[in-house]
Design a protein around this ligand. Structure first.
Ligand SMILES: [Mg+2]
Length: 135
């Protein structure tokens, strides 16, 4: 079985990767209040583990750049090598002053890039725009 990220009952599940517990909590609360199902992980290696499993269905990935084990850039690279994640949108969140990483993230296929502290309303708007565009 090779489920497409756009099919099935979990098309609104979002994988959230950030090493800061309070950011994970903020994102989880925001996403779940907006009708999404948030699955949170605290580093890039765990994000890649979840993404490698073809049984797990995600509509989108929201990832921090600076994380232990594997960075957000490594998550993007990994997704690029996963046949079953083709077309999966990835939104990158990061701290200010990482313009070189921003270029690299966009080159690796990030759908969008937001700088922390982010506006929850703006973030949600971008996510909805990306998911509506994917229909
Ligand atoms: Mg971080």
């Amino acid at each position: 079985m090779n489920p497409s990220p756009r099919n099935g009952t979990s098309r609104r599940r979002i994988l959230v990767a950030d090493d800061e517990p309070h950011i994970r909590r903020v994102l989880e609360t925001l996403l779940e209040a907006s009708g999404f199902e948030a699955e949170t992980v605290c580093d890039g290696a765990e994000a890649l583990d979840r993404l490698r499993d073809p049984e797990r269905v995600y509509a989108l990935v929201l990832t921090d750049l600076m994380m232990p084990e594997r960075s957000g850039l490594e998550v993007l690279e990994g997704i690029g090598r996963m046949e079953h994640r083709r077309g999966l949108p990835v939104v990158v969140l990061t701290a200010k002053g990482q313009d070189a990483d921003r270029e690299r993230a966009l080159a690796l296929g990030a759908s969008d890039f937001l700088t922390k502290p982010f506006s929850p309303k703006k973030l949600l708007g971008r996510i909805l725009e990306i998911l509506d565009g994917a229909d």
